[in-house]
Design a protein around this ligand. Structure first.
Ligand code: CUA
Length: 345
């Protein structure tokens, strides 16, 4: 969210309009907002005026007034027309958002405590980052592997829940901007020109936890959408860059460490000796340790046990812990790198 100027709308302080339908959503918002302002001010002013004009005065008797048909009709039909307009424009904007164009680019989104995973049609996955082409519709097909989450991108004016056991979908088209130029250092092997970035928030409370304190889980469930020019996006998706650690391609343990935080493992597993207990076992000095499992057996932690525990996290749970670890998807190389890293702890 770094250098982005976040507030651009002059009166309503809304974020920048960076999807094709953001202006329409804001238009409906503005319409309802200003109608409400006019009515609020009008009703308060009329109330104050009548309180003063018809206050009790000595010698003046209050009398019921008659019926005023024109006035009755006016204040019945004027709000009715305004409400019908609000519904009409709101529904129109809703229908645009509800129906993705047929040629949309499909991305699978898996939400879990506490990370977002994105999978492109060619099988490439990303964690907490999603590259998309500007000027092309993108459809997100979302599910959750544990509890309710909600995918919210203020800059696009889109928000929808990710629900366990069902698919929900959402689409957007990131606009082509003339006010910013693609960034990216082309001398790096992972060069990927990003036109601009948009923050994704989880906006459904999905549990406390994590290494940053009691509420860190939900509160830190961020992702970023990296919008690219279509040609840069093609380059990224057909020829994904090697994982980078600083300015060099990662060594396996470095990559493993990067994956450890990218995949959200840090939320539940401490890695320092004597660190406060989180939802999962501390991984300091993991290898060679004797662990008592919930079925009463004892296991000596070796590579086979660690791999099995990552791939089938609920199969051999250590005594004293709840079987809550989600199934996280790793490629072969990612799993190798992760295990190499865990051996260094
Ligand atoms: Cu996921 Cu809140």
């Amino acid at each position: 969210m770094d250098e982005q100027e976040y507030i651009t709308h002059p009166t309503t302080q809304l974020p920048p309009q960076l999807s094709t339908f953001a202006p329409e959503v804001d238009w409906v918002y503005d319409f309802i907002f200003w109608i409400s302002v006019v009515f609020f001010v009008g009703i308060i002013a009329a109330t104050l005026y009548f309180m003063w004009a018809y206050r009790r005065r000595p010698g003046v008797k209050s009398e019921p007034t008659g019926h005023h048909n024109a006035l009755e009709l006016f204040w019945t039909f004027a709000p009715l027309i305004l409400l019908v307009l609000m519904f009409h424009w709101g529904f129109q904007a809703y229908m645009v958002q509800a129906n993705a164009p047929d040629d949309a680019y499909n991305v699978r989104v898996r939400a879990r405590q506490w990370a977002w995973e994105f999978e492109h049609p060619n099988g490439i996955t990303e964690d907490n980052e999603l590259h998309v082409p500007a000027g092309q519709p993108v459809r997100l097909i979302m599910s959750s592997s544990d509890v309710l989450h909600s995918f919210y991108v203020p800059d696009y004016r889109i928000k929808r829940d990710a629900v366990p056991g069902m698919f929900t979908s959402l689409w957007f088209e990131a606009i082509e901007r003339t006010d910013v130029t693609p960034e990216g250092d082309l001398s790096r092997p992972d060069a990927r020109r990003v036109w601009y970035r948009n923050q994704v928030f989880c906006t459904e409370y999905c549990g406390a936890g994590g290494s940053w304190g009691d509420n860190a889980g939900h509160a830190t469930m961020y992702a970023q959408i990296l919008v690219q020019r279509p040609e840069d996006f093609q380059e990224f998706i057909t020829n994904p860059p090697p994982p980078m650690c600083g300015d060099h391609p990662c060594t396996p343990p470095e990559w493993g460490e990067q994956l450890f935080s990218q995949k959200g493992c840090t939320a539940c597993h401490a890695r320092e000796e004597g660190a406060p207990q989180l939802a999962g076992p501390n991984l300091h000095g993991l290898f060679g340790r004797q662990e008592r499992l919930q079925d009463g057996s004892t296991v000596s932690v070796d590579e086979a046990y660690v791999r099995h525990s990552i791939l089938e996290p609920r199969a051999q749970v250590v005594e004293g812990f709840n079987p809550v670890m989600p199934n996280i998807r790793f490629s072969e190389q990612q799993l190798d790198a992760l295990v190499t890293y865990l051996q260094t702890l």
